[in-house]
Design a binder for this molecule. Structure first.
Ligand SMILES: Nc1nc2c(ncn2[C@@H]2O[C@H](COP(=O)(O)OP(=O)(O)OP(=O)(O)O)[C@@H](O)[C@H]2O)c(=O)[nH]1
Length: 379
């Protein structure tokens, strides 16, 4: 029988920790002797996260748009090539943080018409501090997108809890539970989580302990059925999620994907229909601005840090590879929700000095000018 390839989708807002989680997952599978493959989707034109994936892991890159709209059609081609050339035991898709999770889920489901895939429950990484900040302001497209990502996850990793206090963590956990009562919520720092529990799909974290899952460790996801279920509602939901996925695939086969029966989350249903009714060329993240800067030469590290500290608030994600005038090594720089991080790297092959900034309607010229100033000082 033709092999069925499990597909894991990592969703989560820009800079929440998806690549950090991906690295842990890859190591876990490799330690088990499995061969994972990765599809990385970046809204910018360069894939810097790819530098953090071990060289032996086959990787397909989908750059310059999001799977959920502009480059949706490429997914089946990439997936088919990856599976036939590399024969991986599983595929992980790291979606762009700006992507609409339901549409990404849909795009993958469409691919499963051509290829034998087992779509695993979506894992959403939530930046605890960013969620807390947005929750206080309660507005903006970013907040709405984050809410959608939360609603779509079967597992929610509440990451970066080192950046919020205990009280805030309790509030955010309650908020996640309210937004998505069915998901497993896993608090984490640097996405350090119990991976077997995570990928089994619905094993609860300690705060949602439920004895009915205890025998299920290591089993495939969606085995709900036949066991004594203490909480009938949750059981029904899991079953319905399973049905939801099957129906979804089925519906696509019959080319009328607009109706599906998800009994427990009418809001989802509404959003889902709504999105299908739109032309997919409309980007759910058309408010997202990307600026990619290729450096002419090295810049001073302190000046660069100052530039980062002064970035406009509308820029919520930055990353790049840099050569500084005053350091021996090159650095991978990361900026997410006002926190910057520099990691020494020795890239394999040709990697230019480049920085990508992603945000909501920010002034790209301003960023370009500031970086050119830094370059000129050391030309
Ligand atoms: N303080 C703190 N920083 C973290 C944690 N997890 C990840 N980070 C940092 O956050 C930054 C972004 O992490 P990534 O794993 O690259 O996030 P991402 O979701 O893949 O980012 P995009 O691909 O741009 O969407 C990096 O600098 C990480 O080191 C955490 O738990 N606490």
């Amino acid at each position: 029988m033709e092999k069925i390839t499990p597909v894991y989708i990592l969703s989560g807002f820009l800079g929440s920790g998806k690549t950090t989680l991906l690295q842990r997952l890859l190591k876990f599978w490799q330690d088990k002797g499995l061969r994972p493959a990765v599809i990385m989707n970046e809204i910018g034109d360069v894939n810097l996260d790819g530098l953090l994936v071990p060289g032996e892991v086959p990787m397909a890159e989908m750059l310059g748009g999001c799977i959920c709209c502009t480059i949706r059609g490429d997914l089946s081609v990439q997936m088919a090539e990856l599976i036939s050339a590399e024969k991986p035991d599983l595929v992980v898709i790291e979606a762009t943080g700006a992507g609409n999770p339901l549409e990404i889920f849909d795009a993958v489901t469409e691919v499963s018409l051509y290829l034998k895939l087992e779509i695993k429950p979506m894992i959403t990484v939530v930046d605890a501090a960013h969620l807390a900040g947005l929750h206080d302001s309660q507005k903006g497209k970013t907040y709405r997108l984050m809410l959608e990502q939360i609603r779509c996850g079967s597992v929610l990793i509440l990451n970066k809890i080192d950046m919020i206090g205990e009280e805030r963590q309790r509030e955010m956990t309650d908020l996640l539970h309210k937004l998505n009562p069915y998901a497993q919520i896993v608090p984490a720092v640097n996405c350090e989580v119990d991976i077997p529990g995570l990928i089994s799909g619905h094993r609860p974290g300690p705060e949602l302990h439920d004895p009915r899952f205890e025998q299920e460790e290591g089993q495939a996801n969606h085995q709900a059925g036949g066991e004594a279920h203490e909480n009938e509602h949750e059981y029904e939901y899991e079953q319905s999620m399973d049905e939801h996925q099957r129906e979804h695939q089925h519906e696509h086969k019959h080319e009328h994907a607009h109706e599906h029966q998800h009994q427990h989350d009418h809001e989802h249903e509404h959003q889902h229909k709504h999105q299908h009714e739109h032309d997919h060329t409309h980007a759910s993240h058309e408010h997202v601005t990307v600026y990619t800067h290729y450096f002419d030469g090295p810049v001073d590290s302190e000046e660069f840090e100052r530039f980062i500290a002064e970035l406009p608030r509308e820029v919520y994600r930055g990353k790049g590879v840099l050569t500084f005038t005053d350091t021996a090594s090159r650095f991978l720089f990361q900026y997410a929700y006002r926190e910057a991080d520099y990691l020494k790297i020795t890239p394999q092959g040709e990697v230019p000095d480049v920085a990508v900034f992603i945000g909501e309607h920010f002034d790209r010229d301003l960023i370009a000018r500031r970086l050119q100033e830094l370059e000129r000082k050391h030309a």
